[in-house]
Design a protein. Structure first.
Length: 186
């Protein structure tokens, strides 16, 4: 079995795929910026692997390109199974105290994007966000305060929420300790 090249960072992999897809479809940065409502400077930073963006930004880009979000995080070759060891996880973003790790990046053309999200303790909820997917959050460890469309929920290990992500939502770790959750965007 041939070893995979892991020298390319997740940001580099995503940057390469976004740029190639945008150019294939004939979009200039300016035109694509208007379509996605993401600034030209931010798109340029993303395409040059100078920034690691929130999954919601990648979701806007995927929607604008009309490709599955998971395609950005997958390896080039076609496989029907993704086996990722814990130490192989790819850190893909850090925003508002969240740190994400892609856990199925080897599988191209996914219909969902699973990742492990680590939440830092915060005194207040981060600004809410929304995107065009459905989302599942399953708490692995710690406690989360989850706010969804004006309602508040406390999630303990083993608790799960599944929701339409087009409504504003936000989460934070409670009790001054971090938390981890399995998150799936579909």
């Amino acid at each position: 079995m041939k070893r995979q090249d892991t020298s390319l960072s997740i940001e580099g992999l995503v940057a390469k795929k976004i740029r190639e897809a945008r150019l294939r479809q004939g979009f200039t940065l300016q035109k694509f910026s208007k379509l996605t409502e993401i600034s030209v400077p931010m798109l340029s930073k993303i395409e040059n692997a100078k920034v690691s963006s929130p999954i919601s930004t990648y979701a806007k880009i995927a929607k604008g390109l009309e490709i599955p979000l998971g395609e950005f995080f997958s390896e080039e070759k076609t496989i029907s199974l993704s086996f990722v060891k814990r130490q192989e996880r790819r850190q893909y973003t850090q925003f508002a105290g969240y740190l994400g790790e892609s856990i199925a990046f080897k599988k191209p053309h996914k219909k969902m994007e699973p990742f492990v999200l680590s939440y830092s303790p915060k005194k207040a909820l981060p600004s809410p966000y929304q995107h065009d997917n459905e989302e599942l959050i399953f708490v692995i460890e710690g406690r989360l305060e989850f706010q969804y469309d004006g309602s508040q929920y406390i999630l303990n290990p083993g608790d799960c929420v599944y929701f339409d992500a087009n409504k504003k939502h936000s989460a934070r770790a409670l009790n001054g300790k971090g938390a981890q959750a399995l998150v799936v965007d579909a």
